[in-house]
Design a binder for this molecule. Structure first.
Ligand SMILES: [Zn+2]
Length: 341
C-alpha cells in the first residue's frame, strides 16, 4: 500500500536508550507486593474483580521498554522511541494482545525473554492489521509458537504483507486464524468485540466480569495520520457508541495508556465521539455548497471555528493528515448519508 510505503520512508531509527539493569527483585509475573494488590500465591477467584492500578508503577526492565501491572494478571509492555510508542498486553501469562511495531522488536524480544513469556504464551491476538498490532508476529512465532488470531478482514495483510508496506517494514508472512467469539485465560473470559472504523478488521477485547476493554486504536490518540487511510467515520462512531454502552471500568489502548475509572473511560470515549459528531454536522452543512470532494473537504477543515467547540485531543493526526486522507474520511460520511434505509 502506498501509504505504508510512504510512512516507511519517514520511519526514524528507534531511540537508542541505554541498557538498564534487570529488575532482579521482581519474580516473573508477580505483581509488586503492595497491600492493595493480591500476590501470585493468593490469586483472586476466577472472574472476581481485582483492583486496577495506573500504568508505569514498575521500573523499566529492558532498554526502551516499560513493564507495568495495571491490573491483576495483566502485564503491559510499552515500548517508546522519540516520536512513537507501541504496546502489547500479556494476560494471565498465556495470551498476548498485539505484538507491537517492527521497530520495537529488539526491546520486545529482550522483555519477553526476561519475563519468561516465551515459555508461557499460547495465543496471540492481532487487534487489526496495522504495524503496531502485527509488527512482531514473526518474533512471537520464533519464541513461543503461539496460535495467532485476527479478524478475518485483517488476515490477508497478516498472511500476505504488502511489499510496499508491511513486508517492507519487516513483517514476515504469518498464518493467522479467524477469531473465535471468546478467548479464555486462567482468570479472564475475553469477548471479541468488532470495533470497525479505525480499520475494517479492527476489534477490541472485553472482559465482562472486570469490565476491562482492550480498545486497540478505537482511541485515536497517538495514531499516525496515515493509519487513518482505511478509516471510516460512521463506523468509528458506531464502535464508540458500542464501547460506551459497555461502561468499561478500565481501558487499555494500543499505545500503553490506561484509564482505570469508568468515568475517565467514558469521558475519553465521549470526547472522541463528540469530535466525530461535529465533523459529521459540518459535512452535512457544507455539502450543498461544494462541487467536489476536495472542495467540501477544504470547506470543512479550513474553517476552524467548529474545531474550537470540540476536543481535538486524539484527532490531531486527522487534522494534520495529507489532503487525500482527509478526503477519504469525509467520503466515508457521504457514503453513509446516502446509504439506503
Ligand atoms: Zn492502527
Amino acid at each position: 500500500m502506498f501509504a505504508r510505503w510512504f510512512k516507511n520512508l519517514f520511519q526514524k531509527s528507534p531511540a537508542s536508550a541505554p541498557a538498564r539493569p534487570l529488575n532482579a527483585a521482581a519474580p516473573r509475573f508477580v505483581p509488586p507486593a503492595t497491600p492493595e494488590k493480591p500476590s501470585r500465591a493468593e490469586p483472586p477467584p476466577a472472574r472476581q474483580k481485582a483492583p486496577a492500578r495506573q500504568e508505569a508503577a514498575a521500573p523499566p526492565v529492558a532498554a526502551g521498554a516499560v513493564v507495568s501491572h495495571p491490573a491483576y494478571g495483566v502485564i503491559s509492555i510499552r515500548i517508546q522511541r522519540q516520536d512513537a510508542a507501541t504496546a502489547c498486553y500479556l494476560v494471565d501469562e498465556t495470551l498476548l494482545i498485539d505484538t507491537g511495531c517492527v521497530w520495537a522488536r529488539p526491546a520486545l524480544r529482550k522483555t519477553l525473554l526476561e519475563l519468561g513469556a516465551d515459555k508461557t504464551i499460547r495465543e496471540v491476538v492481532n487487534t487489526h492489521d496495522h504495524d503496531g498490532a502485527i509488527g512482531n508476529n514473526a518474533l512471537l512465532l520464533e519464541l513461543a509458537r503461539p496460535k495467532v488470531f485476527a479478524h478475518y478482514l485483517a488476515i490477508p495483510e497478516i498472511r500476505f504483507p504488502d511489499e510496499d508496506g508491511a513486508a517492507r517494514l519487516g513483517n514476515a508472512p504469518v498464518e493467522a486464524e479467524p477469531l473465535p467469539e471468546k478467548l479464555h485465560t486462567a482468570h479472564c473470559e475475553l469477548e471479541v468485540l468488532p470495533l470497525p472504523g479505525h480499520s475494517p478488521g479492527h476489534i477490541g477485547l472485553f472482559e465482562p466480569g472486570q469490565r476491562w476493554l482492550f480498545c486497540a486504536d478505537l482511541n485515536a490518540v497517538g495514531a499516525g495520520e496515515l493509519e487513518l487511510l482505511d478509516a471510516d467515520g460512521p463506523r468509528w462512531l458506531a464502535s464508540l457508541d458500542k464501547a460506551i454502552a459497555l461502561r468499561p471500568a478500565c481501558m487499555y489502548d494500543a499505545r500503553g495508556a490506561v484509564w482505570s475509572q469508568e468515568n475517565e473511560v467514558v469521558a475519553r470515549l465521549e470526547r472522541e465521539r463528540g469530535f466525530l459528531l461535529e465533523l459529521r454536522n459540518q459535512i452535512l452543512q457544507k455539502a450543498p455548497d461544494a462541487g467536489t470532494l476536495q472542495e467540501l473537504t477544504r470547506k470543512v477543515f479550513e474553517q476552524p471555528e467548529w474545531l474550537k467547540r470540540v476536543s481535538c485531543d486524539g484527532w490531531q493526526a486527522l487534522l494534520d493528515a495529507p489532503a487525500p486522507v482527509r478526503c477519504k474520511f469525509v467520503r466515508s460520511f457521504l457514503c453513509d448519508m446516502h446509504a439506503p434505509g
